[in-house]
Structures are given as structure tokens and as C-alpha cells.
Design a binder for this molecule. Structure first.
Ligand code: ADP
Ligand code: MG
Length: 751
């Protein structure tokens, strides 16, 4: 394949061979033909005409939004729905028929032929079951039907989704239940459109089989407790206090030809082999650099698609590693943000394909190169009170802010183990604690000013002066807090960033549901604790409230301030210091996940009605299983790639060297056998390590899932790494034209 393009190539945005099945030109390795294809593709970035509909007219174009509902629903129905959506009131099921009928008409007007209940199983993926609107009318024609009961409830055959023992396959019933708080939307396809209805997925015994249900429950719990604090401050309007989330998504883009030439990327989402490229990210020339044209074309189209779906994407930029990018939407209420985040991931993947690329969301697709995370910005607020983690402009607001802020600090301190456990996955293990990501130790970054305020409170608020006058017992004499309180800290897993916390340990591939459930619930518990203390200590006067707050905050900081850390989270000193402070440091998933069994975790989730004991156990089981399966797949891939791709390439080259050596000797020349010796030794090591890996994979492991997970993490993974190490060394020696796998430098730099 050369740069002369056929007409077919030009009109096909995916370029030639995008399905990976292209015949390899004789004599070219899959790797070299991938390079040739990519180089050929370079000139064919599909230009699209976006002039017809300007971006601003696209927002929510495919959403059954409040606006559409207002237009299409009878007034009382609309009002009743809004009460549920905005104030968290119970849904009146009698509105379902009217909503279903309006939704169907709207969907048909958008060309929909099918509807799908969309749900979020414990795998972290998105699942959907499509049904046609059309039914035979008995007269040889068809009619479009969609009833209230079809809207409210669906019954996918749930037996193939992991349930962690909640449901045996013989009792396969699982129901999807319409989630009114997340609007329905239209998914477009060149050949038709589908009405998608976000739902919760539960077993017939009412247990949550999904990631969505606990998010809704945890939001309810948080609202209930936050109302009590607001009431103490005289805010009794009852406006729903929702947790808000703004997830920043990092991802890599590589050309599809490279992707398909790498079985590890296709099957495991990360490279299991690959030597570090000569040029990595050390020049810092990629971060915030100019976005390559082809990538920008992809971004422009994705953003339009996301806009149509009502996802308010706001920023885009290059990330630190070559080939790495970030997209961040405006924050939304946690349940909506969760759905939108899933939709964003699938949309990016779909459109990358269309543009001839693959979007990699694995936390560490390339060893030794920065990985991808998903910073989940989190706060809580209501329509009437605004953002409750905004320090505000006046001292009075500060007092309320300080209570909520202290509640968060206490929550992170008390439940550090839980926060660690909810970001524990096989893939995130490669990222956490590596050079560019927060360590596995959970700590809170507050910034200098806020730390100072809390330090003074901890010291009893005794007459220490800061900028504006004296800080004494009454919290209301605190000076206004600055909105952007201090510096940023990229190394903290949980950082206060002016008016929200940023949970930076979340993996790029993860659903944000788990982290949000954890944050909402632990803060609900802390806010509950604060409200109980304050309610008991105050007699209703502002003075008594303020001295009660002073006492409470002092006590919280005395107990919990060891979790506040403003220094360099990447440093070794912090690891030593954190150990002294007694902070947990659970390095791997098999260390962290079993924390879900801690009695305080079960108690927490039960008390706030977020997860029953059985639901919690089922999650532990499912996540442990997923961990084991991920590593098992990777181990098998490592074995087969080493055996069928790398070993053959190595002996071919070894053979070539040996032949040259023999021939030259026959001819009486002196030939230096250093490379041949090196090759021979590496080939031997490779063989040995492959055999060892096979043995470790076959090891009989007793015990339960935790023991299995430990075996995978502590025995199988190192055995894989040993195979990789030799293979990566070979990559630096074997003749370039024989090496079968696209190399890092090609995948990361050729676009
Ligand atoms: P930075 O790179 O400085 O962290 P970005 O603009 O990339 O900033 O991302 C900030 C994220 O924080 C956005 O997704 C934004 O919507 C989110 N955010 C801002 N305010 C809140 C809030 N009150 N609650 C939740 N998320 C918020
Ligand atoms: Mg950020």
C-alpha cells in the first residue's frame, strides 16, 4: 500500500483495511502493512459539512427533555413528573400511559422504529434490549404500540449478567424499571434510530443488580441528611439537595490498523508487550499542544453527537502522553452524570471507529507512558442554596460551608478503605501509585488557606490572627474565604478545588457509579453525625449554634486531620509518613476489595438504605471475579502472543544470524557472534518464562475468590511480566522488518 489512493479509499472514511481483515501484501509483516495503511490514510480525514445545523441548535436535539415534555404532555402529568424529577418525590405510576404515548409519538417523529431499556450491569458496561414499536394489527398491517407498562417495566433475560450469587440462572428474572430522573433519548444509526430509556435493573426479589439503583438510593440518603444541616441554618424550603458530578475523561486514540495488528489491545485493551519508545513524553510537548487535525475532526464530530444527546461537553485538550486526550462535560446531578458518562464513553468509541481510529480507555494501555484516569469532580447543592461546598462571600455562609467541608474530611478519613475499594480494578492497579497517578493512600488536599482555617479551628479557634482580624470561637467571625483557595495539587487522590472535591483515583474505564455511591453515602453518614451533634447542642439561637459548630469542627479535626495532606503524594516520604499516621495503603485490588467485607461498610450501606448485606456481598463477588477473569485473559494472551508471534520472530532472526555466522566462517571470515549469543540466551529465557507462565496459570489454587484473586495478582501477573521483560528486550534486537507487533513509537506517534 503506498500513498497513491484508490477512489474507494478516498470515499471510505475508515481508509483501507479498517476491518483488520485486509490481506497482507506478500512479504510485509502485519505490522509493516499496518504502518503502510496508516500512512496511506493520512490524507483522507473525512470532511463533513456542519454548516446546516449550528452547534447551538443541537443541544438536546435527541432528548426527550423537559422542554419536549412540557410541549407534549398534559399539564398535570408534566407537573407530577417534575415533582419526581426535581424534588425526589415518589413517582405516580398513573402518569405512565400518558408519558409513554407522548414519548412514542416524539420518537416516531424522529424516525425511531424500536425502543430499548438501557441499564448498567455490574460489569460497568451499558446493556440494552431493543424491542420494536410495531405489532401486527391482524389485518395484514402493523401499528405502533407503546404502553405505560412497557415504559415502566421491561424484562430482559438477565441471566447472563453477573449478579454475584444474588440470582441463580434458573431463577433468571430481572426487571428493568424506568428511571424518570434520567431523560429518554434517541440513538441514531445510519439505518434507523432507537428510543433509549434509562432504567434501573433489579431482581424479582427487588435487589439491585445494577450500578444505577444504588446511585439513586445514595442521593436520597444524602439529601435527607443535608436537609437537617440546612434547617439548622434556617433554610427550610426543602429543595432537593443533589450530589453533582463532573467527570473528566482521559483516553488514547490510535489508528485502527495498529489496533487490529495487536491482539493484546483487541482483547485486553492494553499492550502486554512493547518496549518504551526512544521518545516518550519527556519533552512535555504534547500536553495542551495543538490538537492534530485528524483528532480534532473526530472531536468536533463527537461533540456534536454528545450535544444532541444533551451531554454538555465543555473542554477538550491534549493530555500529557503522546496520543492522549481529555474531554470534560459541565457537571450535572450525579444520576444524570452517571448515565451521560456511560453514553460519552460509547459515543467516543463509536466515533473513533468511524474516523479510522480506536479510542482506548484502559487505565494503562502503554507501560511506562502516562495512564488515563477519570477525575470525578463532586459536590452537593440545591436549586435554592446553590453549591454547598462553595465557601461563599460572607462569614455566615462560611460556617455552613465549613460544616459540610468538615463532614467530607471526616468521611474520607473514616472510610478511606471504601474509597480505595471502589476504584480497585485490575486495570487501575497499573495506574494508581505509578508515576503520574495518585497513590493508593487516600488523603485530602485542602490548599494552604483552608488548611490554615481548619488548623486554627483545631487549635480551638484561639485568637490566632489571619489576614482580616482575629479568629475566635464563633465561626461567624471568620473572614470571607477566597473562592479559589490556594494552589492545585495534581498528586492528591481527593483534592478540594475551590468549590468541589475532585476524586482523582477513579480509573478511565470505570463507571463513575461506584465512586459516586461511596462518596454520597459516606458524606451522608458524616452529615448525619454533624447534624445529630449540632441538633443536640443548640437551643435555636445563632450563638449556641456557632459555639456548637466550633466544638464539632474542633473535635472532627482532632480526630481526622491526619487525612489532610497538601504535599507531594508521589513521594516516598509520604508513604512513610502515611504509614506512621496509620492511613491505609492498599496497593492492589486483592488487597483493597476485601475491605468491602469490613463490618463498618456493611453497616454504613444498610443504615442509609443504599445496599443490603446481600447486595454488597454480590458486588464484592462480582468485582473479584472480574479481576480474576481480566488477569486470566491477559495471561492467556501473553502466553499465546509470546508463543505464536514473538518466539517465531525471534528464532527467525536467530536463524538468520546463525546462517550468516556459519556461512562467513565457511568462507574463512571472522564473525563476531555477540548478537547471536545474546539472541540465543534471550530466546532460551523466553522459552523458560513462557513455560513458567503456563505452570503458574495451571497451578491449583485452593480457597475462595479472594485467594484466587491473590494468586492472579501475586503469582500469575509477575509471571506475565517476566515473559514481557524478555520480549521487550528482544524487540530492541530483532530485525525491524521481522518484528510482528506495532511498536510504541508507531502507535503513539503516527496518526
Ligand atoms: P480542571 O482541569 O481545572 O480540573 P476542568 O474544566 O477540566 O478543570 O474540569 C472541571 C470539572 O469540574 C468539570 O467537569 C466541571 O463541570 C466540574 N465541576 C465544576 N463545578 C462542579 C460542582 N459544583 N460539582 C461537580 N462538578 C463540578
Ligand atoms: Mg481536574
Amino acid at each position: 500500500m503506498s500513498t497513491t489512493l484508490t477512489a474507494e479509499t478516498k470515499s471510505n472514511p475508515r481508509g483501507p483495511a479498517s476491518n483488520g481483515s485486509a490481506a497482507t501484501p506478500p512479504g510485509l509483516s502485519p505490522r509493516l502493512s499496518a504502518i503502510a495503511a496508516v500512512t496511506g490514510y493520512k490524507t483522507t480525514t473525512p470532511a463533513m459539512d456542519f454548516s446546516e445545523t449550528p452547534m447551538q441548535d443541537l443541544f438536546c436535539a435527541n432528548v426527550f427533555s423537559k422542554k419536549v415534555m412540557q410541549e407534549r404532555l398534559p399539564k398535570p402529568v408534566y407537573k407530577s413528573l417534575m415533582k419526581t424529577i426535581e424534588s425526589g418525590e415518589k413517582l405516580d405510576p398513573t402518569v405512565a400511559d400518558a408519558v409513554a404515548s407522548a414519548m412514542k409519538d416524539w420518537a416516531l417523529s424522529k424516525g425511531a422504529t424500536h425502543y430499548a431499556h438501557v441499564f448498567y450491569p455490574l460489569t460497568g458496561a451499558t446493556a440494552e434490549k431493543h424491542d420494536s414499536f410495531l405489532s401486527p394489527d391482524g389485518e395484514g398491517g402493523s401499528i405502533a404500540e407503546f404502553s405505560g407498562s412497557q415504559l415502566i417495566q421491561g424484562e430482559p433475560d438477565g441471566s447472563s449478567f453477573p449478579t454475584g450469587g444474588i440470582r441463580q440462572t434458573f431463577e433468571a428474572r430481572g426487571y428493568t424499571i424506568w428511571d424518570v430522573t434520567s431523560p429518554a433519548y434517541i440513538l441514531e444509526n445510519p439505518n434507523g434510530t432507537t428510543l433509549c430509556i434509562p432504567t434501573a435493573f433489579v431482581s424479582w426479589t427487588g435487589e439491585a443488580l445494577d450500578k444505577k439503583t444504588p446511585v439513586l438510593r445514595s442521593m436520597q440518603a444524602l439529601n435527607k441528611q443535608a436537609q437537617r444541616i440546612l434547617k439548622l441554618f434556617g433554610h427550610e424550603d426543602g429543595a432537593f439537595v443533589a450530589s453533582t458530578a463532573g467527570p473528566e475523561q482521559e483516553y488514547f486514540l490510535i489508528d485502527r490498523h495498529f489496533y487490529f495488528a495487536r491482539p493484546d489491545l483487541v482483547n485486553a485493551g492494553r499492550t502486554l508487550f512493547g518496549a518504551k519508545p526512544p521518545k516518550g513524553q519527556e519533552f512535555d510537548d504534547h500536553y495542551f499542544g495543538a490538537i492534530p487535525e485528524r483528532v480534532l475532526a473526530f472531536m468536533l464530530e463527537s461533540e456534536r453527537e454528545l450535544f444532541k444527546l444533551g451531554i454538555p461537553v465543555k473542554t477538550r485538550h491534549n493530555e500529557v502522553a503522546p496520543g492522549q486526550y481529555e474531554i470534560a462535560p459541565m457537571f450535572e446531578s450525579a444520576n444524570l452524570a452517571t448515565d451521560h458518562q456511560q453514553l460519552l464513553m460509547t459515543t467516543l468509541k463509536r466515533l473513533a471507529e468511524k474516523h479510522g481510529m480506536t479510542c482506548l480507555m484502559h487505565e494503562k494501555p502503554f507501560a511506562g507512558v502516562n495512564g488515563s484516569g477519570k477525575h470525578v469532580n463532586w459536590s452537593l447543592g440545591s436549586r435554592s442554596q446553590g453549591n454547598l461546598l462553595d465557601p461563599g462571600d460572607t462569614p455566615h455562609e462560611n460556617a455552613q460551608f465549613l460544616v459540610f467541608c468538615a463532614a467530607v474530611i471526616r468521611a474520607v478519613y473514616k472510610y478511606q478503605g471504601l474509597l480505595r475499594a471502589v476504584v480497585a480494578t485490575a486495570s487501575n492497579d497499573h495506574r494508581l501509585g505509578a508515576n503520574e497517578a495518585p497513590p493508593a493512600i487516600m488523603s485530602v488536599f485542602l490548599g494552604d488557606q483552608l488548611t490554615d482555617v481548619f488548623e486554627q479551628i483545631k487549635a480551638g479557634g484561639a485568637n490566632s490572627s489571619i489576614a482580616k482580624g482575629t479568629l475566635t470561637v464563633g465561626v461567624d467571625v471568620l473572614p470571607p474565604l477566597p473562592k479559589d483557595a490556594g494552589d492545585r495539587n495534581r498528586t492528591s487522590p481527593f483534592a478540594f478545588t475551590g468549590n468541589r472535591f475532585e476524586f482523582r483515583a477513579v480509573g478511565s474505564n470505570q463507571s463513575i457509579a461506584g465512586p459516586l455511591v461511596a462518596m454520597n453515602t459516606i458524606v451522608a453518614e458524616s452529615v448525619d453525625y454533624c447534624a445529630t451533634q449540632l441538633e443536640a447542642a443548640t437551643d435555636g439561637t445563632p450563638e449556641s449554634l456557632h459555639s456548637a459548630i466550633q466544638v464539632l469542627l474542633t473535635e472532627i479535626m482532632n480526630e481526622c486531620s491526619s487525612v489532610v495532606f497538601n504535599g507531594d503524594g508521589y513521594s516516598d516520604e509520604w508513604h512513610t509518613e502515611a504509614a506512621k499516621l496509620g492511613l491505609l495503603n492498599m496497593k492492589s485490588t486483592p488487597d483493597a476489595l476485601p475491605y468491602l467485607q469490613a463490618p463498618e461498610v456493611a453497616e454504613l450501606f444498610q443504615k442509609y438504605g443504599v445496599l443490603s448485606g446481600r447486595e454488597l456481598e454480590s458486588r464484592l463477588e462480582t468485582y473479584l471475579e472480574q479481576y480474576c477473569m481480566s488477569i486470566s485473559v491477559e495471561a492467556k494472551l501473553t502466553y499465546s502472543m509470546a508463543k505464536t508471534m514473538i518466539f517465531p520472530a525471534a528464532i527467525r532472526y536467530q536463524n538468520e544470524l546463525a546462517a550468516t555466522c556459519t556461512n562467513l566462517k565457511l568462507l574463512g571470515y571472522d564473525f563476531d557472534t555477540d548478537t547471536l549469543d545474546e539472541m540465543t540466551s534471550l530466546v532460551k529465557q523466553l522459552q523458560d518464562n513462557i513455560t513458567l507462565l503456563q505452570k503458574k496459570m495451571d497451578d491449583a489454587v485452593g480457597g475462595g475468590l479472594i485467594e484466587h484473586a491473590k494468586h492472579f495478582g501475586e503469582v500469575v501477573l509477575p509471571a506475565m511480566n517476566a515473559v514481557r521483560e524478555v520480549a521487550d528486550e528482544l524487540e530492541g534486537i530483532v530485525a525491524d522488518d521481522i518484528w510482528p507487533l506495532p511498536k510504541y513509537q508507531e502507535m503513539l506517534f503516527i496518526k
